[in-house]
Design a protein around this ligand. Structure first.
Ligand code: ACO
Length: 309
């Protein structure tokens, strides 16, 4: 079922404290140059005392305040995260309180689909909005991954950062397309167990390149569109080399991808919505634009969406 939505507003929040490649040189056996050339990352943000819901609430309030949105219209909150505040209540429940929504007619819950989480959450929210049972959804991707990072493991600790992004959607005229999928990671190539991220980077890399291409092709076919019909591609920001590889093999110019991994690292479920919000801020336009979002992550999960901005 295709859905008809309107992207009403977006927002993002990155914690103030940063951790640069040079800082990491003092923590693990690495070099700034290795990290930058192998991943494209130079900096990442770190939430010290802030929780995932603290950051998410700030991103949500930015989306709300940017357009003076009537917060009471929101009756659905879905947060994609693998680093929520607690097992229960859900991070969405905490966010509900922090943005001042104390009324009871809200449905609020979290989604765990690793780095594809925001696209999963957007599909679920759009489908629920489509039923007309809900008026407005706040869809969030938020992570405090640095709390799950093993700073003894140079293979992973250089990759991840913290942050949050939020989007408000309502029922609208713009057709949105989604293609989300998963299959079991039988070898447990990518896990967060006992609060520590563990990953076989090479295998994840190979999986990522394959499924990103597959997802882009699938969503274009579903929407009956061509690459040229897309104004901007917003990929999950895990490693610039994954994006370069897809760009080369699919013959999509690099400037068609919005990339901000340099400043934030991999923020998992938050990465696509942070990038989308930053893209909108840096490229204001009165014209409607078509964005293709594509993500992949632990699970394995992968997925794509075409939405109108
Ligand atoms: N500094 C210096 N050397 C390092 C570092 C580091 N930080 N990390 C690894 N190395 C070393 C390795 O030990 C290895 O040394 P060796 O040859 O002596 O054994 C060498 O560098 C090469 O390691 P590779 O693993 O071959 O490096 P590669 O080019 O594959 O890059 C990386 C590793 C960056 C992890 C890459 O494989 C990658 O990005 N994979 C995908 C990761 C990803 O996207 N994860 C997120 C998924 S989304 C989610 O759901 C969380």
């Amino acid at each position: 079922m295709n859905t008809f939505i309107k992207v009403v507003s977006t927002g993002r929040y990155l914690p103030e404290k940063t951790l640069s490649n040079t800082d990491l040189e003092k923590i693990v056996d690495t070099t700034s140059e290795w990290i930058e050339t192998r991943t494209g990352i130079i900096n990442r943000h770190v939430a010290d005392l802030e929780t995932t819901s603290d950051m998410a609430a700030k991103a949500a309030l930015q989306a709300i305040n940017k357009i003076g949105y009537d917060v009471n219209k929101i009756d659905l909150i879905i947060t994609a995260t693998i680093s929520g505040d607690q097992q229960t209540p859900s991070t969405s429940n905490f966010i509900q309180g922090k943005i001042g929504l104390s009324h009871k007619h809200i449905m609020a819950f979290d989604i765990n689909a690793a780095c594809t989480g925001f696209i999963y959450a957007l599909e679920v929210a759009s489908t629920l909005i489509q039923t007309h049972k809900f008026k407005a959804a706040l869809v969030i991707g938020a992570e405090t991954l640095t709390k799950l990072v093993d700073y003894n493991d140079r293979n992973t600790c250089v990759l991840f950062g913290d942050g949050a992004g939020a989007m408000i959607i309502e029922h609208g005229e713009d057709e949105a397309f989604f293609s989300n999928a998963s299959y079991p990671d039988k070898e447990l190539v990518l896990t967060v167990k006992n609060n520590k991220i563990a990953m076989d980077g090479k295998k994840v890399y190979a999986f990522a390149v394959t499924v990103v291409e597959e997802s882009i092709n699938k969503i274009l076919k579903l929407a009956k569109l061509k690459q040229e019909d897309i104004d901007i591609l917003i990929p999950h920001q895990a490693n610039i080399r994954i994006i370069q590889s897809v760009s080369k093999s699919m013959e999509i110019p690099m400037d068609k991808f919005f990339i901000n991994i340099r400043d934030y690292g991999n923020t998992s479920a938050a990465s696509i919505i942070i990038a989308l919000d930053e893209y909108l801020e840096h490229h204001p336009s009165t014209k409607q634009r078509r964005a293709l979002l594509v993500g992949f992550g632990g699970g394995f999960t992968f997925g794509s969406a075409i939405i109108t901005l």
